[in-house]
Design a protein around this ligand. Structure first.
Ligand code: SME
Length: 165
């Protein structure tokens, strides 16, 4: 069984560095996208503090469809360009939203969400796999260290995806 390690380091960057190593070990050699996405969301959600949702929206060639996640049931389909997820998918740039109430077009799946980060997931061949979305019940939960950390985690996830395709 995979053990989630918590509380062994203090700074945010150290936490992410440890999480990156855990994710790399957890995903190594497993070809199933769904299995890896499910375990990845559980690992992140249960290791870092102050999240109410963490999971994937996968691109089906037309729109984003909710994939494996941790948290309350979420909106199922999001068009490219809509909400924070759709903007990340369309621009292929990480979206860091300090206060979702101030983001024009934010899609409120869970009224508890106050801040959010969404990282686009692009395969080695340039096609869009989807996005990685994490929500917090606290305003301003995510900063540039979270952006760097989440992007590093997503790079580990995409390495596992690219290794199978
Ligand atoms: N808030 C997102 C929708 C997905 S949920 O947060 C899980 C958005 O605006 O795209």
């Amino acid at each position: 069984m995979f053990e989630i390690k918590t509380g062994t380091t203090t700074s945010k960057s150290e936490q992410y560095a440890e999480l990156v190593e855990q994710a790399r070990g957890m995903l190594a050699g497993e070809p199933s996208l769904i299995a890896n996405a499910a375990n990845f969301s559980a690992l992140v959600f249960h290791t870092l503090p102050d999240f109410n949702w963490a999971g994937f929206y996968l691109y089906d060639g037309n729109e984003l469809v909710v994939g494996p996640f941790q948290g309350k049931p979420a909106c199922i389909r999001i068009a490219l360009g809509r909400g924070v997820c759709g903007k990340a998918a369309q621009t292929r740039e990480t979206q860091l939203v300090h206060d979702v109430n101030a983001f024009d077009g934010h899609i409120a799946c869970d009224a508890a969400s106050q801040s959010e980060i969404v990282v686009p997931l692009v395969k080695a061949d340039g096609t869009l796999l989807g996005v990685w979305d994490v929500d917090s019940p606290s305003v301003g939960r995510f900063d540039d260290e979270d952006r760097a950390g989440m992007e590093a985690l997503c790079a580990v996830f995409m390495n596992a995806v690219n290794a199978q395709s």
